[in-house]
Design a protein. Structure first.
Ligand code: NPQ
Ligand code: MG
Length: 376
């Protein structure tokens, strides 16, 4: 198929999967023991494509959640795409779905599946299509809130021995300055950051002023996700860059946040901004403003992880992301596993599309439910 011919989407299926995590993952908003995800599969002409929806079982990190995204995909987004005619270019997916307000994680998964199929049809990789400039990317790791500092230090040491280039500590009110100071004295030279997942108020500024003394690479999403002005106030009191995650839902949000001085760094997650194409636009806005970006993570299976690695190869991505190896989260991934090399980098997938697909036996073993989207 040439670049100019259209792709006809014949069918769309949703597959919910559940994968046990190697250890519970605790944040300021809750604890996960297994990873549930919705995989979107599209069939088109003689190719298939896969996308992963990062909406979690409960609406804690974001207002989107798995069952809500499932219904949005089954009853609104999927049928709309099937009715929308052949896909002439990847931007058409977002245009067709634009009548639905919000539901960015659901939209992102459908766009990812169509883009995977569209690229497979022409034998091109997602990384090349997005404009990748690297074939390997430096990786960091996000470490959950631990029961004790001893256990936390032991876990971090394990990751550093594997080669991870940056360690992000999850914090919450009451488990912040002391824990981070103890970790800092144990690892004086390790690039460290913290992520509060919006658990603090501006009146907690003294906590961040204390963290400001610990030589952190950044402080991620300290305050409420809907308050850029308060983040700007806090940033003006700190030397450490603030990085926004939950607050950034689009390239417009990124432009506004940088303009206001609400942050100096942005964490890009394709699910949170509605797709890999909007993720690239966030990247472009930040590159124009000279703001560093990195690619976040949502405990994705190999399907979502592959797309994150392709984004991590863009030129403006200048900091190691939460693009960790499969074995950080899973004993067995759904796809061939992504492996960290000793130098703390991972290979960007180079095969057609996202370069990986669920292994049929693994998908069968992890699958919780499946539905065929019906055209309406
Ligand atoms: C963050 N991720 O940067 C997120 C938060 C997060 C790797 O720290 C299920 C779905 C579990 C979404 C766990 C990391 C999740 C999730 C954590 C998001 O803020
Ligand atoms: Mg975060």
């Amino acid at each position: 198929m040439s670049d100019h011919s259209a792709l006809s989407i014949r069918s769309i299926q949703l597959h919910e999967v559940a994968l046990p995590l190697v250890r519970p993952f605790r944040t300021s908003f809750g604890e996960e023991r297994d990873k549930r995800a919705t995989l979107v599969r599209v069939e088109a002409d003689d190719v298939e494509g896969w996308g992963e929806c990062v909406a979690a079982e409960e609406p804690r990190y974001s207002e989107e959640w798995l069952d809500g995204a499932w219904i949005a995909l089954e009853h609104h987004l999927g049928p709309s795409l099937l009715a929308g005619g052949a896909i002439e270019d990847p931007d058409q997916v977002a245009r067709t779905l634009n009548w639905v307000r919000g539901h960015r994680m659901a939209k992102a998964a459908l766009e990812a599946a169509v883009l995977d199929a569209w690229l497979r049809a022409t034998g091109r990789s997602l990384a090349e299509f997005l404009g990748a400039v690297r074939d390997r990317v430096p990786c960091g790791v996000s470490v959950g809130i631990a029961p004790s500092t001893d256990e936390l230090v032991r876990e971090i040491r394990g990751y550093l021995e594997k080669g991870y280039r940056r360690v992000k500590l999850k914090i919450e009110p009451g488990r912040d300055v002391k824990v981070v100071a103890d970790v800092r004295s144990e690892f004086p030279d390790t690039p460290l950051s913290v992520d509060a997942n919006a658990a603090y108020a501006l009146s907690d500024a003294p906590v961040f002023e204390a963290l400001d003394e610990l030589g952190l690479v950044m402080i991620e999403q300290p305050l409420h996700q809907e308050d850029l002005v308060e983040h700007a106030r806090l940033q003006s009191r700190l030397r450490t860059p603030i990085c926004l995650d939950e607050s950034i839902r689009s390239a417009r949000d990124a432009a506004a946040a940088l303009d206001l001085g609400a942050c100096r760094v942005i964490n890009i997650k394709p699910g949170r901004v509605g797709g890999v194409l909007e993720a690239r636009r966030v990247h472009d806005v930040c590159a124009r403003q000279g703001a560093p970006v990195w690619i976040g993570g949502m405990l994705e299976t190999g399907v979502g992880r592959a797309a994150n690695l392709a984004l991590a190869a863009l030129p403006g991505v200048t900091m190691p992301g939460d693009t960790s190896a499969s074995d950080r989260y899973f004993a067995q991934d759904l796809t061939d596993p992504f492996v960290l090399s000793r130098d703390g980098t991972m290979a960007v997938p180079i095969g057609p599309g996202i370069g990986v697909a669920p292994i049929p036996d693994r998908l069968r073993a992890c699958r919780v439910r499946t539905v065929e989207v019906r055209a309406t």
